[in-house]
Design a protein around this ligand. Structure first.
Ligand code: COA
Length: 149
C-alpha cells in the first residue's frame, strides 16, 4: 500500500488502537491496559498510518536484553493484505536489531492460519505450544524469529 508510514504511538492514537484491537484480536483488552503500555512501555509500540488515520498497530516489550516479545499486532480488517502488517513487523525487527537483540518471540492461536502464515513467511518458527493459553481455552503456538547477529 502506498503512503503507509510507521511511527511511535501517541496518546491520541489509543482510542483507534482499542477499536482495531476489539475488532481483530481474540481477547478483549481494557483502555487502561493500552494507556499503561503507552505510559510505561512505548519504545516498541508502533502505529501504521494511512494519510493521517491509524491502520494498524504493533506492541512489543523486551523480555530481557536479548529477547523482544510481541504482545499484539493487528491491522484494520478493510486494509488487511495491503502490507500494513509487514511495515509494522519491519519496524519491530529494526527496533530489535538496533538494540542487538537476538530473537523476537510471540504467541499465536493454533487456529489463526492467516497470522501463522504471516509469521512463518517472515522467518518465525514454531518452538512450542501452550495448551489452553487464551481465555476461550484455545491453544497457542509459541513462535520465534532468530535475528542475524
Ligand atoms: C496477521 C495480520 C497482522 C497481517 O497484517 P496485514 O496487513 O494483513 O499483512 P500484509 O498485508 O503485510 O501481509 C499479509 C500476507 O497475507 C496475504 N494476504 C492477501 N490477502 C490478504 C487479506 N485479505 N488479509 C490478510 N492477508 C492477506 C498477503 O499477500 C501477505 O502474504 P505474504 O505473507 O506472502 O507476504 C492481519 O491480518 C491481522 O490483523 N489479523 C488479525 C489479528 C491477528 O490475528 N493478529 C495476530 C495475533 S498473534
Amino acid at each position: 500500500m502506498e503512503g503507509i508510514s510507521v511511527r511511535r504511538v501517541s496518546g491520541k492514537d489509543l482510542g483507534r488502537i482499542k477499536e482495531i484491537a476489539d475488532a481483530r484480536l481474540r481477547e478483549n483488552y481494557s483502555p487502561d491496559l493500552f494507556r499503561y503500555f503507552f505510559e510505561q512501555h512505548s519504545r516498541c509500540f508502533f502505529v501504521a498510518c494511512d494519510d493521517s488515520s491509524v491502520a494498524g498497530f504493533l506492541l512489543a516489550v523486551p523480555l530481557d536484553q536479548a529477547t523482544l516479545r510481541i504482545l499484539m499486532l493487528a491491522v484494520d480488517d478493510e486494509l488487511a493484505g495491503k502490507g500494513v502488517g509487514s511495515a509494522l513487523m519491519d519496524k519491530c525487527m529494526e527496533f530489535a536489531k538496533g538494540r542487538m537483540m537476538s530473537s523476537i518471540v510471540l504467541e499465536v492461536g493454533t487456529d489463526n492460519k492467516e497470522a501463522i502464515d504471516f509469521y512463518s513467511n517472515r522467518g518465525f518458527k514454531m518452538t512450542g505450544i501452550l495448551t489452553g493459553y487464551y481465555r476461550d481455552r484455545t491453544d497457542a503456538y509459541v513462535m520465534k524469529h532468530y535475528l542475524p547477529m
